[in-house]
Write a protein that binds this ligand. Structure first.
Ligand code: UD1
Length: 433
């Protein structure tokens, strides 16, 4: 079984470069289905990620031509026949459901497997369907699939989201670009990935205003055409490396990072005593000897991102004193706590809140990635735990981090990815006493 093996002791130092945003590029690729004229070329794509491979395979399964070269994905969707998303791809990745809105807008029909639950709790799509129904789509659900069709044509309408769901906002936004008339989405998600999608769609000829606020207005157009577009940097990847720098008391510059997308993390890190410099072309993080405890509560953007809750817990564990982490976005996103406890962490959970007793050393052991971000968090914990930490179930990490090991290694971390047989840290004499 492949593992990431980490030893503590290194203060991370140097410069790394942020990749394009995974969570942004997935809906951008889905949105390319809307281009009935010319081809789309998306650059700065993290093409090495499993999730990017999954969404490109999904478009190919629909009969759309997709080419990947270096960090550019080219999509030719002028003509395609299929309107059914294969189960094998949708079950791998929930974001596959973002093909629903574009397929209904382009083909007036779509059959998509229900994405189901996942390791961070049940994740319904009721808000997606409610919004698309308001635009005139009709749905039947059965045998694990949602089947949607548009009897007449999509028509603009007012859509109020009960919760500011990122995926629902994206699906409704995409469908509304080709609806007749004006759509208003109220209580829309405000995440930078929504703004990126709106910029992309507007470049394709859509008329969208207000993206990045809870009120988005979309005036439908007759067709969209291909364009060239560069994806924004990945704020969650950047946040993970910022935390890695801080827990090791290191000094790291992350090129191309956009600090305005990470305000909540930056403020919390500064409260803990970490120096964070917001530069024009990136973010500079310098650790401190004495980390102060801090409380966080995950919220929709611009609140603290749920995707950074587990990496942040490592920083809270490294602080001197008790910190709280309250998870309000997902119902069951503390799976990593059990793994941290195996490393000696003192964390108590009461409902949605974890109480983290920081300041005690962690001890390296074998742990398992339970989801994508939790996997990265365990690797970070290994950077400060006594002895050797082995993280398994790397398929989770590979969904969302390009060469996590290589990036950390380039900053001086003692880290490797290997099989047990080839792992140098496993040689008895090299294990710490
Ligand atoms: C996106 C991100 C994910 C991030 C999450 C929240 C992508 C590919 N993924 O996921 O990394 O953790 O935003 O920032 O961009 N909900 C409903 N009904 C719905 C839709 C959502 O009840 O119809 C609930 C979910 O169960 C969850 C909450 O709303 O509890 C937030 O989900 P949502 O914002 O939709 O997240 P995703 O778009 O799935």
């Amino acid at each position: 079984m492949e593992k990431i093996i980490v030893k503590s002791g290194a203060k991370l130092q140097g410069t790394i470069r942020a990749h394009g945003s995974k969570n942004s590029v997935l809906p951008l690729i889905s949105a390319s289905i809307l281009a009935s004229r010319n081809q789309v070329a998306i650059s700065n794509v993290p093409t090495g990620l499993e999730d990017v491979a999954t969404i490109t395979q999904l478009l190919q399964a629909l009969g759309i031509r997709v080419a990947v070269k270096d960090d550019v994905v080219t999509i030719q969707a002028e003509k395609f026949d299929s309107t059914e998303a294969p189960y094998e791809l949708v079950c791998k990745m929930r974001a596959s459901v973002t093909v629903l809105g574009p397929l209904l807008a382009r083909k007036k029909y779509a059959r998509v497997p229900l994405p189901g639950g996942c390791a961070i709790g049940s994740r319904p799509i009721d808000q997606h369907l409610k919004g698309l129904e308001a635009l005139g789509a009709e749905f039947t659900i059965g045998h694990g699939y949602v089947e949607g069709f548009v009897p007449d044509q999509l028509r603009g309408n007012n859509v109020y989201l009960d919760i500011p769901s990122v995926g629902a906002t994206q699906n409704i936004l995409m469908a509304a670009t080709l609806a007749k008339g004006v759509t208003n989405i109220v209580n829309a998600a405000c995440e930078p990935e929504i703004q990126d999608l709106a910029h992309f769609l507007n470049q394709m000829g859509a008329r969208i205003e207000g993206a990045g606020t809870p009120f988005i207005t979309i005036e439908g157009v007759d067709f969209l055409r291909g364009t060239e577009y560069a994806v924004i940097p990945d704020r969650i990847e950047v946040g993970t490396y910022m935390i890695a720098a801080a827990i090791t008391k290191g000094d790291v510059f992350i090129e191309h990072a956009k600090s305005k997308h990470l305000t909540s993390l930056i403020v919390k890190m500064r409260e803990m005593g970490v120096t964070v410099l917001e530069c024009e072309n990136g973010i500079h993080v310098s650790g401190t000897e004495e980390l102060k405890p801090v409380d966080i509560k995950t919220l929709p953007y611009p609140g603290f991102p749920t995707d950074l809750q587990s990496p942040m817990m490592v920083l809270q564990l490294a602080a001197n004193g008790t910190s709280m982490a309250t998870e309000t976005v997902f119902e069951d996103r503390f799976m990593h706590v059990e793994e941290f406890r195996r490393m000696g962490a003192n964390i108590k959970i009461n409902g949605q809140t974890a109480m983290i007793e920081g300041g005690h050393s962690l001890s390296g052991t074998q742990v398992m990635a339970t989801d994508l971000r939790a996997g990265a968090a365990l690797v970070l914990a290994g950077l400060i735990a006594d002895g050797v930490t082995e993280v398994s179930e790397l398929r989770h990490i590979d969904r969302g981090y390009i060469d996590l090991v290589g990036q950390l290694k380039s900053l001086g971390a003692k880290i490797d990815r290997s099989n047990k047989e080839t792992n140098p840290f496993f040689q008895k004499e090299s294990l710490p006493q």
